[in-house]
Design a protein around this ligand. Sequence first.
Ligand SMILES: Cc1ncc(COP(=O)(O)O)c(C=O)c1O
Length: 346
Amino acid sequence: MTYFRKNITEMKGYTPGFQPAGSDVVKLNTNENPYPTSPAVLETLGSFDPEQLRRYPQPMGEKFRETAAEVLEVRPENIMCTNGGDDLLTICFRAFCDSRHGVAYPGPTYSLYPVLAKLQNCAITEFAFNDPDLFTKLADNGAALNILCNPNAPTGALITADQMSKLAGKLEGILLIDEAYTDFASENCLPLIADHDNVIILRSMSKGYSLAGIRFGFCIAQPTIINELMKVKDSYNVDAVAIEVASAAFADQSHFAQNVKKVIDERARLTSELRDMGLEINDSQTNFVLAKCIDQNAGDIYEKLAAKNIFVRYFNLEGLTDKLRITVGTPQQNDALLSALKEIGK
Ligand SMILES: Cc1ncc(COP(=O)(O)O)c(C=O)c1O
């Protein structure tokens, strides 16, 4: 006897990355930024008016919409604030997918997509990222919602804005471009929203802005799309503290750019040192690298690292069982990882 819908009892929930307790751990498993957020955030928290806690927050996070619109050179009407990028994904699945309207995406990719699809009871069409006919197949598949994670997680690969624009022009359904990791990439798809009324761009404050704990994301699209998505979101999906904090961090583009540069520089060093150790790594456009383990089982390496309080991500999923996803840390964290890998003979 169950009270739940069949698709709920039959599905597995999303498995979030392990959050180890204690400060003596090297945490390279959930793609957080290793550097602190903007000092402007601390000032904002220090001067936060408690009266704002008694009241409901701005339903549309107007302060953030205005701040982001100015930086990104779009209009506030092009932006919807969300409770992390994940909230936008939920909103899109609720808005576009049901038992008659499916989702399509190339994999391997973010493991939350199939979970949300199962909640909506919608059909999933999964293509292979390395399929030479990927774009033709996507263009012809007829799904209501097409998701391209760009740069992709967990592979770190980037599809160019030009390729993405051609795809958007051919699709009948929505093209949701998940740009959670775009802060570390050489280009992004923001310009596409001017010409395509079916493109939604997801952004996150968790990565480049070091604010994973505050849960803030947003999307950029044409106002016709934003207005409909607004109907689907929770009335107050971003809280008063988060709006202030996210606005302060986004306004401080210079602190953001410095942190991003440090991560990108370390990404290059980590990639090259891991390659020297014999691990196979494709160039990454994100704040993590996906390392293919050659001499030892990836699951075993994961366990041995965890025993040394070094946490990376291992996915027991098709196409990923021989790989470890490693977040780019500070130089000290990366050194700790590299020496631990040497000790365990990786
Ligand atoms: C590909 C991808 N999209 C979206 C998200 C959502 O990020 P958040 O909800 O922290 O903004 C993540 C989080 O790691 C992600 O990896």
